[in-house]
Write a protein that binds this ligand. Structure first.
Ligand SMILES: Nc1nc2c(c(=O)[nH]1)N[C@@H](CN(C=O)c1ccc(C(=O)N[C@@H](CCC(=O)O)C(=O)O)cc1)CN2
Ligand SMILES: NCC(=O)N[C@@H]1O[C@H](COP(=O)([O-])[O-])[C@@H](O)[C@H]1O
Length: 224
């Protein structure tokens, strides 16, 4: 692990394909960073198997009578690996205010909808139920209010005839991977800052999210 590189910690609860996208980007030189820890609320989560044992931290969050005790331990473990950025990648718990404020401004989340549409869960089913013509994914700063943080970038896909929640989730996930890598590339390069309820890119306030183009690059909206 190169000490000069930016340090990324990942919170996840499931299979970890977004973590794998970061690992693959690091391995082939597309992301100049190190994964310094993977943290899960589910000790059996497959995501943990994607990194060496030394990088794993997990506790069964349901075994804690007090959520604050779990999040204090999680926060201390996160702080111990001195992350520059923390990525929620399929982390399926609502983070308490104290933990969010402890890492405010360097905690990101990838969410499977075009925020502010469909905060929370079951986003694909909700987009289909609404008859949306397009759907997608967003990367945003994490704030105490669920999925309400400043949106940095989005990837859009058309909703196709015959789509069901599963087919839509698969196609969104395919776009999540390059989206998350692209945002982390900008983050570890020092180009992103949370500025209140907005995002600053290269010191300039971003009034609408960046768009992931078909080549997997971030571009200002309207240039796709
Ligand atoms: N304080 C915040 N916490 C989290 C955010 C956030 O923006 N602010 N993003 C989420 C990720 N997420 C969607 O992207 C999300 C995760 C979990 C839930 C949820 O309702 N979970 C339930 C069920 C938990 C369980 O059964 O294990 C819950 O926690 O009650 C909604 C959206 C990460 N956290
Ligand atoms: N509300 C949070 C949420 O639903 N996040 C979603 O969980 C999946 C994790 O996949 P992965 O484990 O393969 O990266 C991703 O689709 C991510 O957007």
């Amino acid at each position: 692990m190169n000490a000069a590189k930016r340090r990324i910690a990942v919170l996840a609860s499931g299979r970890g394909s977004n973590l794998q996208a970061l690992l693959d980007a690091i391995a082939d030189g597309r992301l100049d960073a190190d994964i310094v820890g993977v943290f899960s609320d589910k000790p059996a989560a497959p995501v943990l198997q994607r990194v060496p044992d030394a990088l794993r931290w997990s506790r069964d969050a349901r075994s804690y009578a007090d959520k604050a005790d779990y999040e204090r331990e999680l926060g201390d473990a996160l702080a111990a690996c001195a992350p520059d950025w923390i990525v929620c990648a399929g982390y399926m718990r609502i983070l308490g205010d104290a933990l969010v404020e402890r890492f405010r401004g360097r905690m990101l989340n990838i969410h499977p909808s075009l925020l502010p549409k469909y905060r929370g869960l079951k986003t694909h089913a909700r987009a289909l139920e609404a008859g949306d013509a397009e759907h997608g994914a967003s990367v945003h700063f994490v704030t105490p209010e669920l999925d309400a943080g400043a949106v940095i970038a989005q990837a859009r896909i058309p909703v196709l005839p015959g789509d069901d929640p599963e087919s839509l989730a698969r196609r969104v996930l395919e776009r999540e991977h390059p989206l998350l890598v692209a945002v982390l590339q900008w983050a570890v390069s020092g180009r992103l800052n949370e500025r209140g309820t907005t995002v600053a890119v290269d010191g300039h306030t971003l009034f609408t999210p960046l768009h992931l183009d078909c080549a997997g690059r971030l571009a200002p909206p309207g240039t796709e």
